[in-house]
Design a protein around this ligand. Structure first.
Ligand code: B12
Ligand code: SF4
Length: 505
């Protein structure tokens, strides 16, 4: 049961600016802010501990080899805290450091934090709870944040190890919370902060350009890798938000607006990555990189005019890549586009509300290939009511497109999405599964929408990767990335994976 905190005498004043220089505002008490130049002593740890991911949409053969990617959200929070004068801050990325729960506990016990911020997705919550318990054992205050809390907020306070939940922009919430704790004030009243005695709603989105670039110093940069990229590699985000409404996607459940960084700011960070870390490839985490076409042209032009030599890749939709744009991106170092293709059956594409069709998909991926940009296809298998023929349509489409990589996720109804509502209404999943999951009852995975979804995913992977046509791209890929062992073991493990089920759909 949640602990009840004593309600302090909280003035609940409104609208005080936090004065952090991050563009942040707090709806919190009208605090006398410490001047920015004064060093603050609060010790803060920002943690990502996501190994225990239940309900992943990826089959294990692939999940294990996909790579370890830097967490940008915590990097941005770190930068904002530094700008606000908090310098005793560490980021702890346990998948990169190779730490288990006990390793994390020891690291935190050594650091003796006053405040620990733990980031989580919904499927990653088991790992986050383990991190919160490790943090609590050191006596620190613990706050949970990340995409998960945008749907489930107060419910997380069921766990004694969590003192606060941050909803929305952690950049502002963490600075406000750190300032309140530093000054011995009651944090209740901070916008976006939820405690056992206060609900501060959601902290609104800020333009990342106003925050500065994500802090990477102290991170084990040499430990990060993606199976698709040569090392050293890094990640960036140049825009946030998406106006589309794909029914499985969590973004449309929470996104209220878009945010774009200027081309100068984006290319500036790319240059820093190349110069400081020797980065050879940058992976963009945007929702849809080419949403604002004019801005992408400007980014490409700036890359070319500054002579920046770095490979990059980005996610997009098939309806947002005209030929001219593809040529501009190819000329500016874009090596791969990750397309949200999702399915090969037009009825399922419609039910996904994808606003695309097979013709548009073929045109976009082929045009990219002709422009010299490789294609990565995201597909979803095991959709509610998916027939064997519909699955085969996806596999056939994936195999005839000029893609050099593909991922086949199993359909997973994340909370807050239209897919979730549809599945509950169809009786395919229990209505209260995620509520129980958040309370810690996660001994079993959420039902797949078709019982043999994992076998379907394996079938799709095997059909796609175990083809002679893939020998050349995979070999070329291993040469460019140097990831011979990872690539070979992925293929071998797929080849060995149980094929009997392929006929059982
Ligand atoms: C990159 C990415 C990944 C990378 C993760 C790399 C990494 N280390 O972060 C990879 C490919 C590994 C990945 C995997 C998965 N992902 Co993912 N991923 C993304 C993506 C595209 C970008 C994340 C990002 O960097 N955003 C930019 C930064 C600035 O924002 P942010 O991280 O959200 O942080 C801000 C706030 O969330 C908040 N915040 C974050 N942490 C904290 C902590 C505290 C204490 C506080 C107060 C606030 C706070 O403040 C930050 C800035 O103000 C998002 C979609 C998106 N555009 O956000 C999906 C997304 C986060 N992923 C999602 C999912 C479902 C998954 C998987 C489950 C998919 C799968 N394979 O099965 C796994 C789960 C991984 C796990 N173990 O948890 C969902 C999460 C939905 C949900 N309900 O939680 C998203 C939103 C995609 C979607 N549209 O549905 N993912
Ligand atoms: S899947 Fe991509 S295009 Fe669709 S809503 Fe999500 S971010 Fe937007």
């Amino acid at each position: 049961m949640p602990k009840q905190l004593v309600v302090l005498n909280n003035p609940k004043a409104t609208g005080a600016s936090c004065g952090t220089g991050t563009g942040a505002t707090a709806a919190g008490p009208d605090r006398a802010r410490t001047p920015r130049w004064r060093k603050r002593n609060l010790r803060i740890a920002l943690v990502r501990h996501h190994d225990l991911c239940l309900n992943t949409r990826q089959i294990s053969q692939i999940q294990r080899r996909a790579g370890v990617l830097p967490h940008l959200g915590l990097g941005y929070i770190h930068t904002a805290l530094k700008s606000a004068g908090f310098h005793n801050v560490i980021q702890v990325d346990t998948p990169a450091l190779g730490l288990d729960g006990e390793g994390l506990r020891k690291l935190l016990a050594d650091f003796q934090p006053d405040l620990v911020g733990v980031s989580t997705t919904t499927p990653g919550l088991p790992g986050a709870l383990e991190a919160a318990a490790a943090a609590k054992s050191t006596g620190a205050k613990v706050i949970l944040g990340g995409p998960h809390t945008e749907v489930y907020a107060a419910e997380n306070l069921y766990h004694d190890s969590i003192d606060y939940v941050g909803v929305g922009e952690g950049i502002t919430i963490m600075v406000d919370l750190a300032e309140a704790l530093e000054q011995g004030e009651d944090p209740d009243g901070i916008r976006g902060l939820v405690s056992r005695t206060f609900d501060g709603g959601a902290a609104p989105m800020v333009n990342l350009e106003d925050v500065g670039w994500p802090e990477r110093e102290g991170l084990p940069m040499d430990r990060y890798y993606s199976i698709m990229a040569p090392r050293p590699f890094a990640t960036m985000i140049s825009s946030r938000g998406c106006p589309f409404k794909c029914s499985f996607c969590f973004k449309q459940a929470v996104d209220k607006k878009s945010m774009y960084r200027s081309p100068e700011d984006v290319v500036g960070e790319m240059t820093l990555l190349r110069d400081r870390y020797g980065t050879r490839e940058i992976m963009f985490y945007d929702d849809v990189f080419t949403l604002h076409r004019g801005r992408v042209y400007e980014i490409c032009e700036l890359i070319r005019s500054t002579g920046l030599k770095v490979r990059w890749e980005a996610p997009t939709r098939v309806d947002l890549v005209p030929d001219k744009l593809l040529n501009a991106m190819a000329g500016a170092g874009c090596k791969r586009l990750r397309f949200g293709i999702e399915h090969g059956d037009s009825e399922i594409l419609q039910r996904m509300n994808k606003e695309s069709n097979v013709g548009k998909i073929e045109k976009a991926v082929t045009s990219a290939f002709e422009a010299g940009i490789k294609g990565f296809g995201y597909f979803i298998v095991g959709w509610l009511g998916e027939t064997r023929q519909q699955l085969q349509a996806t596999v056939d489409l994936a195999c005839r497109l000029p893609l050099d990589y593909a991922s086949f996720y199993t359909a997973t109804p994340l909370p807050g999405t239209p897919l979730h509502t549809e599945c509950v209404e169809a009786g395919a999943i229990p209505a209260d599964y995620w509520d129980r999951f958040v309370r810690g009852e996660f001994s079993e995975r959420l039902n797949h929408l078709v019982p043999d979804a994992e076998a379907r995913a394996r079938y799709a992977y095997r059909s796609f990767f175990l083809r002679w046509q893939m020998a050349k791209p995979l070999l070329g890929h291993a040469v460019t990335t140097g990831q011979w062992r990872n690539t070979a073991s992925g293929v071998i493990s797929l080849a060995k994976s149980n094929n009997n089920t392929d006929r059982d759909f």
